[in-house]
Write a protein that binds this ligand. Structure first.
Ligand code: PMV
Length: 331
């Protein structure tokens, strides 16, 4: 029996960077994001004697997976199977699986393709299990990519770091549903080249930054303000805390050893121009970047025409547009 699931990326407003346990991707701190409705990713999962995975791009062309990518997917399946067994929820897939991935998300540019992928897989692996809760599905997703945990819920979603080293200590939870606040994410990708160092390796370097300890101290208050801004639909409050946290995460990245420079000249130019544009036109828009040069412009509907026009004037960039979405689900 083929199980199909789909999912979408999320964009973090309070960023997750650094684990206290890399093996199980237990994060060092809480984070918060918006689940997007685009671009989509679909997976088809079949029972198989031996693990295999194939991936296809939006144009239908196969994107050959590296052995490292295949190992990560296989490891996630094994962790997910063990977790399901540990909560007494026997999944459909007992031996191994063959995966077919169909993705409209360019990988490795800061557009959370792994969040969409591992949240979709979590849905598929949990299919047919009765005892499983949404929290468990978020844990299954986290075992493949920490931020994937947040794509298992629609709307505005927090990921709680929790305490201790139990595999289920950290999970995601909805802060507000998708229809709570009509926001848009205009996404400008200056480059579609895959980043050199993925976030899995990047998280392990966070502790080498002299700025990491101060970041950890600042995060609980930022998470609180961000949650409040969302509940109050206060874009100015959200802008201030989200931009502060984004720049802080990138400062940790660039001051780690080795240094991680995910942002490009084009990213810095776009950020500067957006600051000028919103000051001139009083636009309700904020910028934020994950682990890549891609700029996310999160805005209210009133700012959308100006933000969209700006984005489409960036002729050398790929542009995507998303609304607040529902994240992972079985098809
Ligand atoms: O889930 P990962 O391991 O791909 O880490 C994602 C890290 C950031 O995108 C940079 C921040 C976040 O919270 O999504």
């Amino acid at each position: 029996m083929t199980i199909r699931a789909s999912s979408t990326p999320n964009i973090a407003l309070i960023k997750y960077w650094g684990n206290r346990n890399d093996e199980w991707r237990l994060p060092a701190a809480d984070s918060l994001s918006i689940t997007l409705d685009e671009p989509t990713m679909e997976v088809a999962v079949d029972e198989a004697e031996q693990f295999s995975a194939r991936s296809f791009q939006a144009d239908g062309m196969e994107r050959y997976l590296t052995s490292k990518e295949i190992s990560r997917l296989e490891k996630h399946f094994i962790l997910a199977k063990n977790y399901l067994n540990s909560v007494g929820a026997k999944g459909i897939f007992t031996a191994s699986v063959s995966l077919e991935i169909r993705s409209k998300i360019p990988p490795g540019i800061g557009l959370a393709s792994s969040a969409a992928l591992f949240s979709a897989l979590a849905e598929a692996y949990a299919a047919g299990t009765e005892q499983i809760s949404r929290r468990d599905v978020s844990i299954l997703a986290r075992l493949g990519s920490g931020s994937a945990s947040r794509s298992t819920f629609p709307g505005f979603v927090a990921m709680f770091a929790g305490e201790g080293n139990a595999i289920d200590a950290s999970y995601a939870q909805q802060v507000a549903p998708a229809n709570h606040w009509k926001l848009f994410d205009v996404i400008i990708a200056p480059s579609l080249a895959k980043k050199e160092m993925g976030s899995t390796e990047g998280h392990a370097l966070a502790y080498t930054s002299p700025l990491f300890a101060a970041r950890m101290r600042a995060l609980p208050e930022r998470q609180r303000i961000c949650t409040e801004a969302i509940l109050q639909k206060d874009l100015e409050k959200l802008r201030s805390v989200a931009e502060e946290d984004c720049l802080d995460m990138h400062a940790v990245m660039t001051s780690s050893t080795p240094a991680l420079n995910y942002l490009s000249q084009a990213t810095h130019r776009i950020v500067r121009e957006i600051e000028e544009l919103r000051a001139a036109q009083h636009l309700a828009v904020l910028y934020t970047m994950d682990a890549g040069p891609t700029v996310h412009l999160v805005c209210e509907e009133s700012a959308l025409p100006a933000v969209r026009a700006y984005a489409h004037a960036q002729t050398a960039c790929a542009v995507f547009e998303a609304r607040v979405g529902r994240g992972s689900r079985l098809l």
